[in-house]
Design a protein around this ligand. Structure first.
Ligand code: PMP
Length: 394
């Protein structure tokens, strides 16, 4: 048997998807018209599955900052900061993140995936235990594996379940790290942060919150769930990504612990990969400024999330989360229905994400929509109208 033979089943699943229409796992955008519109095969489509929560990918000030950095620093850094040097753009951006998040130390990484790998494997080692939410993102799971720590999963968003697991391990040696997300990307739900803080404090554990989907989105200033819930001092480490609200590629992790800086000299995902490129540093730096000075972006996003949630609910669709938010996920009966409705939505000019097992909680089949501050109300109406058409019996 060849090494790749294990993929035959996956290949037939992929072939079934292609036979039903367009490639739902790799739709090509031929041109980006705006943060909410693209051209696909000559047709304009509305994007309702981008994570471009604030629409900053095409912000003129961010683009201008990136162009200036390209002109003066070049296209890439061509190496790791530890081996090949740091650009002042890196240190500036780290200082800006620290100031924005009100933390003493901030590190930037080349992707959000690596920020989790670097922070988690930098914090915990083989002698420690990591308690992670069962529905955690793959990068959190992979960071745990890289750390070599003992892993204990607790039930999604269930602080009492975490409490019981920590209590069972009260006499075990080693440090304890609890990891949750600020907003879960598949269902769009948020955790009860105050309950988790109470539990981790009582058991003397550290808490890391991955604010990948909540940074720029939640909190009066966009600092995420911890800001929204008034619990920033209780969160020991915050991690996040540049690839959603900040409109680029990269990630960050921040903490007040003076030893956090040592991750630069100890964590493989920080040391053994090329640092983010100059244009990224510059556009993210400008995006941070925009997040700080344009609260109306968050207000638009909130309004659009509410409009889409209410509109899809009124169609009788089963939504994965009762609360409106930037992610509105629709439950479908099975994979076939997901692909059918997804293709009909695309034919109606609307792109959403498909989310299928094993990538989803409880083997749920989802059509996942995310809105942007850049959508206008007419576009959100068009998304709702496309759903109404797509779910009509043939
Ligand atoms: N954490 C979470 C919760 C995510 O959803 C993602 C990406 N979707 C990441 C981390 C990784 O971020 P990136 O894609 O920027 O590497």
């Amino acid at each position: 048997m060849g090494l790749l033979d294990k993929y035959k089943e996956l290949q037939s699943r992929r072939d079934m998807m292609l036979a039903m229409g367009e490639n739902a796992l790799g739709l090509v955008m031929d041109e980006m018209i705006s943060p909410t519109r693209a051209r696909h095969k000559g047709r304009e489509i509305i994007l309702a599955g981008t994570n471009n929560y604030l629409g900053l990918t095409m912000d003129p000030a961010c683009i201008e900052a990136a162009k200036r950095a390209l002109d003066s620093f070049g296209t890439g850094t061509t190496g790791s900061r530890v081996a090949n040097g740091t650009y002042n753009l890196h240190t500036q951006l780290e200082q800006e993140f620290a100031a924005f998040l009100k933390r003493r130390h901030a590190l930037v990484f080349s992707t959000g995936y690596q920020a989790n790998l670097g922070a988690i494997a930098g914090l915990a080692g083989p002698e420690d235990t990591i308690y992670l939410d069962a529905d955690s993102h793959a990068s959190i799971y992979d960071g745990c594996l890289l750390s070599g720590a003992k892993l204990v999963r607790f039930r999604h968003n269930d602080a009492a379940n975490l409490d019981r697991r920590l209590a069972r391990a009260a006499d075990e040696p080693g440090g304890k790290l609890v990891i949750i997300e600020g907003l879960y990307s598949m269902f769009g739900d948020v955790p009860p942060l105050a309950d988790f803080v109470e539990v981790k404090d009582r058991h003397g554990a550290m808490l890391l919150v991955d604010e990948a989907h909540s940074f720029g989105v939640l909190g009066a200033n966009g600092r995420g769930l911890a800001e929204q819930d008034g619990l920033e001092d209780e969160v020991d480490v915050v991690a996040g990504t540049f690839s959603k609200s900040l409109g680029a590629v990269g990630g960050f992790a921040a903490s007040n612990d003076p030893l956090f800086e040592m991750i630069r000299l100890a964590s493989r995902p920080y040391m053994f990969t090329a640092s983010p490129s100059p244009s990224i540093m510059a556009s993210v730096s400008e995006a941070l400024r925009q997040i700080g000075k344009r609260p109306e972006l968050r207000e638009n996003l909130r309004r659009n999330g509410q409009q889409l949630h209410a509109g899809l609910k009124a169609l009788g669709l089963s939504l994965a989360c009762d609360e409106p938010g930037p992610v509105v996920a629709v439950r479908m009966a099975n994979e076939l229905e997901v692909l059918n409705v997804w293709n009909r939505l695309l034919a109606g000019g609307v792109y959403v994400n498909i989310a299928l097992p094993p990538g989803t909680p409880n083997a749920t089949c989802l059509l996942r929509c995310s809105v942007s501050a850049a959508h206008n109300s007419a576009e959100v109406e068009q998304i709702i109208a496309a759903f109404a058409e797509a779910i009509k019996p043939a």
